[in-house]
Design a protein around this ligand. Structure first.
Ligand code: ADP
Length: 479
């Protein structure tokens, strides 16, 4: 029969807690990262939209102003003075350049181009751009058709790694005729291309995005660590509980096994005791009727059956459930009953009994029959220890003591035998542990289990003189 518990390595429940923590850690880390990226990119896209909207408003305001100034201060005087518009003429160019520069001087503009409706740059604040074809598809077309449109170059990428990309925001607005008196606008004549340098704005957005991302990451990492430690703690508690449950289950199985073993022993012992009594009394009868030589044989039968009867009784005592009915009693009275029953044996062994009882014995809580059985085993051991023919003293002391906030009645039994062997000290209470040739090893386990049911204590040791010393503590009755 296998007595051990299950194997930890093959138990799937032993693996589960770790896997759960691992799974939880990896998933939550990935979720946290994605969440952080999503939040920070949403925030930065919103910030970029806001900046671009403001910049476009700014460019439109400027374009309106430019349109008015160019019409009033350049187109009209040029038509009047030169009879037509030709920006290629140095005089006309200088006039236009002056008008444009005066208008934009208080605005933060990096470049202004004027394109004809075919997309050729006819004027620029950067002279080397003049004459080039502006390759502007969508935004230019929108402006040429009378609307306005903007573009960011290069476009903003919320996941951009580098912080310092130079960025230009270009707005395309039509240049229209303007009636001097009504300020009414005519159809588009050309297109303004206003470039604003937005590198600093986007540097700031980039920086803010990184700050938001960093803060979120730190906060989420903290949250993650807190969650993780809660999960780990929960799993440790769960594992401990599972281990406790397994230990309890094992204990239950063990006591079930012991109980069925006890029932079996009790059954067998009972079956042996009855015929044994008949054998003994028959042998006694036979001994009284036969001649002396055969009488000796009959005596052997009586002696052995008496010994066997004692062994069987010990087995029965061990197997019988010990249920104590505690009542206030004088332990000295129980001890006297034991000594009376053992008087003949004590005398035969040449043992002197010394009683050290107080004049006024205190009451202990106990079950007289169970205590009788317990003391009997202690006395039997003491007598056996002094049975070498040399005799000795059996000293029995009772006293009252206070310990752990409890009043105890202490019974001490000392003999003058060889004492307990030091190497057996850990096993003395184990059932079936014996150093005697004909012992059962059940005496001290019976003593222990009886005293346990009294919620008392048993301590084994050797007296200073060398003999064994057994100390039994019972709870005192409430005075
Ligand atoms: P058993 O008497 O059948 O051996 P016990 O459980 O009563 O079983 O005792 C177990 C062992 O404890 C004994 O075999 C013996 O070695 C030791 N022992 C018990 N009482 C004494 C004693 N008074 N003196 C010396 N050894 C003792």
């Amino acid at each position: 029969m296998q007595m051990g518990g299950g194997q930890a390595g093959g138990d799937p429940t032993a693996q589960r807690p770790f896997q759960l923590v691992k799974h939880f850690s990896v998933t939550s880390l990935v979720i946290i990262l994605l969440f952080t990226l999503a939040i920070s990119s949403v925030v930065s896209v919103r910030a970029s939209d806001l900046v671009l909207h403001k910049r476009e408003q700014y460019a439109l305001l400027l374009a309106e102003n430019l349109n008015h100034q160019v019409m009033v201060q350049f187109v009209m005087p040029a038509l009047r003075d030169y009879g037509g518009i030709n920006v290629g003429q140095p005089a006309q160019f200088s006039l236009l350049d002056l008008v444009v520069r005066n208008t934009i001087q208080s605005f933060q503009v990096s470049q202004v181009n004027i394109l004809d409706l075919d997309g050729n740059i006819i004027y620029s604040t950067q002279p080397d751009y003049i004459g080039r074809l502006g390759h502007y598809e969508g935004p230019f077309q929108v402006a040429a058709a009378g609307g306005h449109a903007s573009t960011l170059d290069p476009p903003w990428d919320p996941f951009e790694l580098g912080a310092g990309l130079p960025r230009v925001f270009k707005t395309f607005i039509p240049l229209r005729d303007q009636r001097r008196l009504t300020a009414e606008l005519g159809p588009p004549r050309a297109v303004f291309e206003i470039s604003l340098d937005v590198s600093d704005d986007f540097k700031e957005i980039w920086l803010n995005q990184k700050i938001i991302m960093g803060t979120l990451l730190i906060m989420m990492a903290l949250l993650f660590m807190i969650l993780r430690s809660i999960v780990m703690r929960g799993q440790r508690i769960e594992a401990r509980r599972a281990a406790q449950e397994a230990a309890l289950e094992e204990q239950l199985h063990q006591s079930e096994r012991l109980a069925s073993l006890g029932r079996m022993i009790a059954g067998v012992a009972h079956e042996i005791r009855n015929p044994l009594g008949i054998v003994r009394s028959t042998a006694e009868l036979l001994g009284s009727k036969v001649e002396p030589r055969q009488k000796a044989l009959a005596e052997v039968i009586v002696e052995e059956s008496t010994r066997l009867n004692r062994v069987v009784t010990e087995f029965l005592d061990f197997a019988r459930p010990q249920k104590a009915e505690l009542k206030p009693l004088k332990v000295e009275e129980v001890l006297e009953r034991n000594l009376a029953a053992l008087a003949a044996e004590t005398e035969r062994a040449g043992v002197e009994v010394v009683r050290r009882f107080p004049a006024k014995p205190a009451l202990a809580m106990g079950d007289a029959d169970l205590l009788y059985r317990a003391f009997l085993n202690v006395f039997n051991n003491a007598l056996q220890a002094m049975s070498g023919g040399q005799g000795g003293k059996l000293t029995i002391t009772t006293s009252r003591a206070q310990q752990d906030g409890q009043v105890w009645i202490v019974v001490t039994v000392e003999d003058e035998g060889p004492g307990f062997e030091p190497q057996s000290s850990g096993q003395l209470f184990d059932p079936f542990f014996t150093t005697k040739e004909q012992g059962t090893g059940l005496g001290l386990s019976i003593v222990r289990s009886i005293i346990d049911t009294h919620q008392g204590k048993v301590e084994l040791g050797n007296a200073p003189g060398g003999g064994a010393r057994v100390e039994i503590r019972l709870r005192a009755a409430q005075a």
